[in-house]
Each structure stands twice: as C-alpha cells, then as structure tokens.
Design a protein around this ligand. Structure first.
Ligand code: C5P
Length: 231
C-alpha cells in the first residue's frame, strides 16, 4: 500500500487553514501526499505546508509560476527552501523553464510544467495566435519542458499516453481529473478513472473533491488507494 499511497495526491482545495488542517487530521496515515494551491495559499497555506513537511508528508505546491526569469528563479529557490517536493511552473517557454531549473539547483524539489490548461480549447488557442491544436501544443510543450531539464508535466488522463510516448519513461506525469466510475465530474471535462490514468502512464493521481468534499474522506481515500493498488 505504500506504493499506492505515494501515487495518491489529495488536493487541499479548501478556503481556510482550519478546514484543511481538519481534513489532514481526519485522513491521518491514510494519505501521505498533499497538494496546496492558490486558494489555500492566501489562508496560511504555507504554514500548513511547513507543518506537513515536519509531519513527514510530501507536499506539492501548485502555484503555476510564470514571470521574467530572475523572478521565477528566485521564487523557485524560496519554494525549494521550504523543503516541498513538487512545484508547478507554466511551460510556455524555455526561458521560464530554465530559470525554474536554476532556482531549484541543489535541492530535491521536482518541477512540473503545466502545458495547456485543461480549461482552454481550440478557440482560446486561436485567440492567442497559436496555430496548433491543444493536443499538439501539450506534446510540444512537454518536450520543451523535458529539454529544459524539468522533471515532468501535469497531464489529463486523455493526454497521458501520448505524453509518455513522446517523453519516455524518465519523466513524471501527474494527472488530475480522477473519478471513480459513476463519480460526480463537477466542472472537470476530461475525467479518468484511477486505473485508466495509471494504464496511460500517470505516476501520480491528483484527487480533490471526491475526497476533500466527501462525507467520509478517509473511507473515500481508502477506496481510491484500493483501486490504485490493484490497478
Ligand atoms: O476536485 P478535483 O478532483 O476536480 O480537483 C483536481 C485538482 O487538480 C484541483 O486542485 C485542480 O485545480 C487541479 N488541476 C486540474 N486540472 C489541471 C491542473 C490542475 O484539475 N489541468
């Protein structure tokens, strides 16, 4: 089960420290890897990140950095000093990606590139003057990230197999939008079961509402772990 636990990342998409802390306490030893994003960041999310590290958990900061190289490098270095495990940066251009790689030098921080936000479709890319399809852009940016020395990407279950084929085995694929069969999709348009995402090549699965909004979060997390372990 340790291997399954390492694959499951629970998104702490909650508005306040107290609610997130309460969820972590309820989940106890069942969950060992947490994602903290922008919403919680502004309600003592970094305090919780430090606490989780002290408690031996793994922490993924989903902050999607994009700025001039100097700023990205220094921000990544600060995140690395926190001792967190994963951090996201936008994967639009090599300058940003290489700045992030310089920023984490000497630390164990793994960098993940966000290729194309799953909320964007062809019309959004057209608006930006981009001629590629979302699928083509995902692959092109995944390769850009790998070439720049980034450790992996965030990819939907539908994209994971193509990213794996393009980038090879030695590249992390972290997949959100995971639901058990029959689970409520919420606002996710590209959902995948744990089994399908793992089969497509995902290394880690990010699960939010099916656990953080469940009536019995620990039981919900255990259900995901069972499926991951037997996939
Ligand atoms: O609640 P749900 O399981 O849909 O949460 C998925 C998590 O993964 C959220 O924190 C969301 O912001 C994040 N995410 C995503 N799609 C991406 C990147 C991140 O759903 N492309």
């Amino acid at each position: 089960m340790t291997d399954a636990k390492d694959k499951l990342i629970v998104a702490l998409d909650l508005p306040a420290y107290e609610a997130a802390r309460d969820l972590v306490n309820q989940l106890g030893d069942t969950v060992t890897f947490y994602k903290i994003g922008l919403e919680l960041l502004f309600s003592d999310g970094l305090t919780l990140a430090r606490e989780l590290k002290q408690e031996g958990k793994r922490v993924f900061l989903d902050l999607k950095f994009l700025d001039i190289g100097n700023t990205v490098e220094r921000a990544v270095a600060s995140a690395a000093d926190l001792g967190v495990d994963f951090l996201t940066v936008h994967g639009h251009d090599t300058k940003t990606l290489k700045a992030a790689v310089r920023g984490r030098a000497g630390s164990n921080l793994k960098l993940l590139a966000v290729t194309v936000l799953t909320s964007l479709d062809q019309s959004d890319l057209d608006e930006q003057g981009l001629s590629l399809t979302p699928g083509e852009l995902v692959l092109s940016r995944a390769q850009l990230a790998k070439n720049a020395g980034i450790d992996g990407v965030i990819a939907s279950g539908q994209e994971a197999a193509a990213v794996r084929a393009k980038t090879g085995a030695d590249f992390l694929i972290v997949t959100p939008g995971i639901r058990l069969p029959g689970g409520d999709a919420g606002d996710q348009t590209r959902i995948t079961t744990p089994e399908d995402a793992l089969r497509a090549g995902a290394d880690h699965l990010v699960v939010g509402r099916p656990i953080n909004a469940a009536k019995y979060p620990k039981a919900a997390a255990e259900a995901f772990l069972q499926r991951i372990a037997s996939a």
